[in-house]
Structures are given as C-alpha cells and as structure tokens.
Design a protein around this ligand. Structure first.
Ligand code: 13P
Length: 334
C-alpha cells in the first residue's frame, strides 16, 4: 500500500462538508447505552440498531465513513449484505476500532493505558480483507490532582504510534485518538495545557516511529472546562482555545482533524465545530467523528417503538449528519 493511497483515503474521510459517524461502541458500552433507554442488549438488537444507523437514506451526503466494532464488521443487513459491503456500495468508507480498551497503568493510580498491540498485525490484515480502510485507537488522558503524569502521556503516545505504524503497513489509515476527558473540575486552561502536551508527545512518537502523517487522521477532543467545574464558556472561547492548541501542536501536513463529542450536548458539539470553521481558514479540514452527538436522539426515539419509530429515528440521524456536515463548512445555523 502506497502512502498516496493512504493519503487518498484520509482526504476522502474529511471531504468538504462530510464527517464520520462513530458506531464502534464496545460490547460493554453499547450495553450501557441500551440500558439507558431500556433496550434489551441482544446481538439482534445491536445488529438492527447498527443497520438503522448505516442505512439512513442519503446518509453519505454528509457522512464519509463509519467506525465499526469487531462484532459489527462481521454483521449483515437483514437482506444479507455485510455492513462493510453496504457502506462501500453506498459511498461510505468502513473503519474499525482496533484497540482493546483502557487498563490501569501499573504504578500510576488514577491513570490508564490503552491495550491491544499484541496480535494487532494479524487482526489488521483480517479487517482489511473484511473491507476496512481505516482504523481507530483511543487513548484516554484523565485530568485530576497530579494527573496526568508524563509517564502516562508517553506510554499512550508510544502505543498510538505503534498502532499507527502497523495500520499503515497493512494499508489502513490510522485515526489516532488521544482523548483528554471532560470529567473533573479543572478549568479550560488546564485542559489546554494537558491537550497541548499530549498532542506534542503524540506527534513526536509518530515521527519517531516513521508514521506518514499524510496518511493519518487525528481524532481530537475539544478544549473545554471540566464538566464539574461549574465554569461557563462561550462557544467562541472553546473554539478559539481548541484552535490555538491544535495550531501549536499539530503539523500542517496532516490531512484532517475530526473531533469526538465526549459528553457535550448535541448542540454544543455542532456549535463548537461550526465556530472553529467560521474562524478559518485553518491548516487542516476540521470535521466530526461523533458517537453520542450523532446517535443519542435517534437511539432515544427508536427505543420508544422499535418498529413504529424506525423511519423517524433514521430521519433524526440524517438531521444530525446534516447539521454537523454544515458545521464542518462553518455554515450551520441553529
Ligand atoms: P463520542 O462522540 O460519543 O465521544 O464518541 C466518539 C468516539 O468514538 C470515542 O472514542
């Protein structure tokens, strides 16, 4: 796989006015989301729900690709078409979550490191055969008293870079996701500092491990005050802080940056993205790779009547895709 082909995929992922829908919740997370709205967590319900999302009519107008979970990439529509095949046939790039979640970082209470490197080369080879063209690995950085440590940031950056190098070797675009969590009572300046240091460590590690940035996508968290801080920040303040942080730490050669929603309200996630694009031109396309901010409204609606609300739930997915697609162009109006 040439760098040119990886770069082509990466650019298609952030095509103007398009973003990614993250539907890669692990078994534990989807069970939690379903429990929250009273849907029994069965394999068939998980399949049906992912089918609802992926087959939303005209989704590809605003969605360039979707991140799937291991179970999901092996599932099919009710008509027997593998989801990855359905996506390619309908102009969307299949992606796959390949990390194996966060685990306590030994010796560093309150901090976590993402696992999943063992056997990753063989898994990536299989995912490519199943149709995946990009992959995702999420590292989690907590903010708290004396946290994060430099060791935690380094360990996660190192793992992200090893994953990214393996992805490129196997023909998949790595989406590198160092999520600085919104949990805590820290202020926005603390989030800025932690995000900046985390991103700098990540790009150092990518450089050291010969990862081609032209074929890499960053999935970033926005710079926000902690959710328990009680601080209120304007949309412009968040957009300015996030842009300044990214400009300070992310090389301009990167083909694009997509954001996670990370517990923001649907409207905030859209408004912040829109504001950043209005403040452009920026060095990279800025788009979305939202999970909750793309799905929450649809999941709630669907849960109230799995058959009767099917079409309305899909219409909600489309509305969220359209709003975020316009925000990726700085053209969203509330
Ligand atoms: P949220 O947008 O719900 O934060 O999820 C995005 C994601 O993929 C986190 O890894």
């Amino acid at each position: 796989m040439s760098i040119e082909q990886l770069a082509e995929t990466a650019l298609a992922m952030v095509a103007p006015g398009k973003g990614i829908i993250a539907i890669d919740e692990s078994s534990g997370t989807i069970a939690k989301r379903f429990a929250g709205v009273g849907i029994p967590d069965s394999e068939e319900n998980r399949r049906a729900y992912r089918e609802l999302l992926l087959t939303t009519p005209d989704l590809s107008e605003y969605i360039s690709g979707a991140i799937l979970f291991d179970e999901t990439i092996r599932q099919k529509t009710k008509d027997g078409v593998p989801f990855a095949q359905y996506m390619s046939d309908n102009g969307m790039i299949p992606g796959i979550k390949v990390d194996r979640g966060t685990h306590a970082l030994a010796g560093f209470p309150g901090e976590v490191v993402t696992e999943g490197l063992d056997g990753l080369r063989a898994r990536l080879e299989e995912y490519y055969k199943l149709g995946a063209r990009f992959a995702k690995w999420r590292a989690v950085i907590n903010i708290g008293d004396d946290v994060p440590s430099g060791t935690c940031i380094e360990a996660n950056a190192h793992a992200l870079a090893r994953y990214a190098a393996l992805c490129q070797e196997q023909g998949l675009v790595p989406m590198v996701e160092p999520e600085v969590l919104i949990d805590g009572n820290h202020d926005i300046d603390t989030c800025f500092e932690v995000s900046e240091v985390t991103l700098r460590a990540l790009f150092d590690a990518l450089y050291n491990q010969n990862v081609a940035l032209e074929g890499t996508i960053l999935k970033a968290s926005m710079v926000l005050p902690g959710k328990d801080s009680g601080d209120t920040t304007s949309v412009e303040e968040v957009a300015e802080a996030t842009l300044m942080c990214l400009k300070s730490a992310v090389p301009a050669i990167l083909p694009g940056i997509v954001f996670l929603s990370g517990g923001q309200s649907d409207d905030d996630a859209t408004a912040h993205l829109d504001a950043m694009n209005r403040m452009g031109p920026n060095p990279w396309p800025l788009s979305f790779s939202y999970g909750r901010a793309m799905q929450s409204a649809a999941l709630k609606l669907w849960s109230q009547d799995l058959v009767g609300n099917y079409d309305a739930a899909q219409a909600t997915v489309f509305e969220r895709a359209k709003a975020n697609g316009l925000a990726a162009l700085g053209q969203w109006t509330r």
